[in-house]
Design a protein around this ligand. Structure first.
Ligand SMILES: Cc1cc2nc3c(=O)[nH]c(=O)nc-3n(C[C@H](O)[C@H](O)[C@H](O)COP(=O)(O)O)c2cc1C
Ligand code: SF4
Ligand code: SF4
Ligand code: SF4
Length: 597
């Protein structure tokens, strides 16, 4: 039992750290000490609570009170009122916008009510820099049980029975992958944790590593035992300095406690883990490319087969698993494969973590049982669309995925259903779009990303994506020819069919899915030279509404090309032939007299 009567848990994830949460920790420590409470109240910098929209978050345990948008200057009041007098600081509680009600208890907040935190179980609950807190939360118990009571084959069978599928994008059954690797005889095998996380907007893996690094180390050792590997590598992008720091600390502590290294739990099993840093290339998240990168070679994908389970790192049997996949593994052994497989849908077991972003009220990290509908995620957990605007689509699967429209908001989310409705699970990026988003522009955004990230090894991807991007650019600039939509589709299919790796094979997906769901928007751009959402600048037309214009001259003074004319107190006019569509007049007019179409 903890010697402390109270814990002040402060979010120490990257998002909250960038909003000064470490200053909050420092203040709490000083003020709690000054109040003579250092022996009773412990301050802990935890991992991400997920509710990034309202960060920095402070949770008081065991009272289960969550304070939101806490600033360093708020800490003294929390210490005086809550820690000393036991009174809640009402003004820092979350206000539920729908009911305009302050909610004090963590569990009553709509953002958390429908979530089930399995992979994120310790994020926001323990100090990720202290191995004892992980151990106190049953950490390393699964590894101990396995090494003392189970054979490698039993471990593989348990993971198979759980139904766990890879969370890195492909959804490949984890137990089956481990089974393949365990069957190849070799003097050396490897376990690789893929922490490259290159999808724009995704931060699930970073948050797990920042908030609960030991769960991944423990899972890697379990995987090592299962397949007969004694060495593990974590491939993490160098842009994740906080996750790297916490992993470094966790690895050192695990060695100090005899939980990594030689003869773990006196079982004769050895397991070592080292970090390898990626330089931020998206393609290096693809497993064969990642392996090349660890080998010190250029990060370019290779053909499969052979799969890494047969010939991976230095041609030895290797399993590559995603961070979130691994974070689930200890739970399977703690709670049982049956428990794990009781959560989720028939073919997708357990939970999935999503990075909910875009035009949604509660931006953040959410973990839900597979089978929850998009409507529940976006409206019940995400709090609906920002500013009361109309939902238009949600992109899942990042640059490899597709958009899902309102017609499919009630589809239960799992690997197979998402593919059936023209998207994919991907690693968990979920970007919500509203009526103000132009779908042609969205497709262009993703194409720009994949075009820049293509490694260039095969022509279809290297040149094909560039051509697709050029076509989309012409559409958004009103320069497209009438047959360009058909050309887009044709080239997309060729790229998908002929590219070597998953990057190229999926890069046209955002184009195809936006054409499929929003053909009218494409047609408006191509045939009417009009952007219905008013996003594509080159297609915008600015005019001055005569009845509303009072002739204040503000727009004329703001216009950089001086194409607005008119006398003082008389309606002004824009010379369309000279207008460069910069929007300065719209911003300058205080009388809503400038119209943009
Ligand atoms: C272009 C590309 C990028 C990828 N990036 C990642 C990544 O950042 N993290 C990841 O876990 N998997 C990524 N993958 C999938 C990996 O190749 C691999 O399937 C995955 O790491 C396997 O782990 P899992 O079975 O646990 O999902 C990527 C695949 C492609 C084609
Ligand atoms: S599909 Fe693209 S990223 Fe993949 S190997 Fe070919 S060029 Fe490289
Ligand atoms: S700023 Fe608005 S009101 Fe003033 S002259 Fe321009 S259009 Fe008219
Ligand atoms: S959009 Fe820019 S260039 Fe065009 S009239 Fe307005 S201020 Fe001038």
């Amino acid at each position: 039992m903890s010697k402390f009567r109270m814990h002040v848990l402060v979010c120490g994830g990257t998002g909250c750290v960038s909003s000064d949460s470490m200053k909050i920790v420092e203040n709490f420590k000083k003020q709690i000490k000054a109040a003579g409470l250092a022996e009773e109240v412990q301050v802990v910098a935890t991992g991400c609570f997920g509710f990034c929209e309202k960060g920095p978050i402070v949770k008081i345990h065991p009272d289960n009170i969550l304070y939101v948008e806490v600033k360093p200057e708020d800490t003294q009041e929390i210490v005086n009122e809550h820690c000393i007098k036991g009174r809640t600081v009402d003004r820092l509680l979350y206000v539920e916008p729908t009911f305009e009600q302050r909610i004090s208890e963590h569990k009553d907040m709509p953002f958390y009510k429908k979530q089930l935190r399995v992979a994120l179980r310790n994020c926001g609950a323990i100090d990720p820099e202290n191995i004892e807190e992980y151990i106190a939360a049953d950490g390393y118990q699964a590894l101990g049980k396995i090494l003392t009571d189970m054979t490698p084959a039993q471990v593989v069978d348990t993971v198979k029975l759980s139904g766990l599928r890879g969370r890195g994008g492909g959804g490949f059954p984890t137990g089956m992958k481990w089974d393949f690797a365990s069957r190849y005889a070799a003097d050396q095998k490897y376990v690789i944790c893929n922490a490259d996380e290159g999808d724009p907007g995704a931060f699930m893996d970073r948050s797990i590593l920042e908030g609960d690094p030991h769960s991944v180390l423990e899972a890697m050792a379990i995987a090592g035992y299962a397949i007969g590997a004694t060495k593990g590598y974590i491939y993490i992008r160098a842009e994740y300095p906080l996750a790297i720091k916490r992993l470094d600390i966790a690895i050192k502590q695990a060695y100090d406690y005899g939980l990594l290294g030689k003869d773990l739990f006196d079982s004769g099993f050895d397991f070592d883990i080292q970090l390898r840093f990626g330089a931020g290339a998206f393609v290096c998240g693809e497993e064969t490319s990642l392996i090349k990168s660890i080998e010190g070679l250029r990060g370019e994908p290779t053909n499969k087969p052979p799969f890494p389970a047969e010939k991976g790192l230095w041609q030895k049997p290797t399993i590559v698993n995603n961070v979130e996949t691994l974070a689930n593994v200890p739970v399977i052994f703690l709670k049982g494969a049956e428990w794990f497989s009781s959560v989720g849908t028939a073919k997708s077991k357990g939970t999935k973590v999503f990075a909910l972003a875009g035009k949604v009220n509660n931006v953040g990290l959410v973990e839900v049982p597979m089978g929850m509908t998009l409507r529940e995620i976006i409206y019940d957990i995400g709090g609906g669309i920002k500013g009361g605007k109309q939902f238009k689509a949600v992109q899942t699967g990042g640059p490899s995925g597709g958009c899902i429209t309102a017609a499919n908001l009630d589809t239960p989310i799992d690997y197979d259903n998402l593919i059936a409705i023209g998207s994919m699970m991907g690693s968990g990026g979920m970007i919500v779009m509203d009526e103000d988003d132009c779908m042609v522009n969205i497709a262009k955004f993703y194409l720009e990303f994949t075009m820049e990230e293509s490694c260039g090894k095969c022509t279809a991807c290297r040149i094909g994506n560039k051509r697709l991007h050029e076509m989309l650019t012409r559409i958004t600039e009103g320069k497209a020819t009438p047959d360009c939509i058909e050309e887009l589709k044709e080239l997309s299919v060729i790229i998908k069919d002929t590219a070597l790796c998953g990057l190229g094979q999926t890069s046209p997906n955002p184009v195809l899915s936006t054409i499929n769901h929003f053909i009218d928007e494409y047609k408006a751009h191509v045939f009417e030279k009009r952007c219905p959402a008013g996003v594509c600048q080159a297609l915008s037309v600015y005019t001055i509404i005569e009845d509303k214009c009072i002739g204040c001259t503000a727009c004329a003074r703001a216009c950089p090309v001086k194409c607005i004319s008119g006398s003082v107190k008389k309606p002004h006019v824009i010379d369309q032939s000279k207008c460069i569509k910069c929007g300065a007049c719209l911003k300058a007019c205080a009388f809503s007299a400038v119209d943009k179409k």
